[in-house]
Ligand binder design. Sequence first.
Ligand SMILES: Cc1cc2nc3c(=O)[nH]c(=O)nc-3n(C[C@H](O)[C@H](O)[C@H](O)COP(=O)(O)O)c2cc1C
Length: 367
Amino acid sequence: MDAYTTLLKPLLFRLDPEVAHNLLMGSLHHAAPLRLLRGLYGYTHPALAQRVWGQDFVSPIGLAAGLDKNGVAIDALAACGFSHVEIGTVTGQGQPGNPKPRLFRLIEDRAVINRMGFNNHGAAVVAARLAQRYAACRPACVLGINLGKSKVVDLGAALSDYEVSVRALGALADYVVVNVSSPNTPGLRDLQGEAHLRPLLAGVRATLDTVAAGKPLLLKIAPDLSDEGIDAAVEVALETGCNGLIATNTTITRTGLRTQVLRVDGIGAGGLSGAPLRARSTAVLARVARRVLAQPAARRVPVIGVGGVDSADAAWEKLSHGATLVQVYSALVYHGPGLVGRINRGLVRLLEKNGMKSISEAIGRSL
Ligand SMILES: Cc1cc2nc3c(=O)[nH]c(=O)nc-3n(C[C@H](O)[C@H](O)[C@H](O)COP(=O)(O)O)c2cc1C
């Protein structure tokens, strides 16, 4: 138990989830005492460090996309101990997202349902913010920028919308993510099909190379793809020059929940994340990792595992099933920022227990 779970969480859980979210993000944006956060939450250990895409990650644990959609709290989040922070999803045009309420806690399930719908300031505004803040220095963590399609843009014009964002943001990111896996933008996940995905990724790759040649490009996929769909997405990602994949986004399934979702006011459609997603997202991760490992060495790329990570054991499970890096979102709602350090400390203990000297030895052991 820490200050978050004993003091802050009971207060925040009395508020509407999005109000609580905005309150926290507002205080991280405007008033975050970085030194205090670093003192409370910062934890590093040499055994956790890795170089991925030629960049230094102090640990495998990063923040998944969706919490800091506009890149307003990167420094504070880095101070909480994340090795990488993925901002976004950012779209070509700024947009308000879906009508509220659109964010729900499923407390009994340690889960979240959201249908935010890519509410964000848009690529130009986020780019101006980052360019100003990081004109003289880079963020204190690896910065991922996750890109999606603006709602008003037709599926057929998706590439040009992604390209607007790539041109604005590509050079400011340490890695760029093509998100085609959110369930909350109508039709978006159709872009995961081979016929759409190949020209989309090839186009994004080409445009990214014009603003930042060779910048790592990742594809984020949904947990609801069939096995054939996963295999095809991996194949297309590798053929079009992607440098990694992220498995997975939220699920549209509702199986195995304790919460009687039909009884929760307004809950309706949206993506489910948190503990109930863990097994499925790990299964998808393992399939992706196996496909990647089956490639000639030159085509192998790192995979980021995300979905239901709420402990060192859960992070270890992702690493064992082929994740080079691991991301967290929903568990932060339930456990607070202290979770990052607890996971990292636990990973060091698991390394010792398994007689391993470095986190890279743990990757893919269960494949
Ligand atoms: C409220 C909320 C908003 C999210 N927004 C995005 C988003 O904008 N882009 C994206 O790629 N993923 C988004 N995600 C998905 C997360 O990045 C992550 O893939 C998913 O939640 C599984 O991880 P978790 O179980 O640790 O939450 C969102 C998740 C939540 C809970």
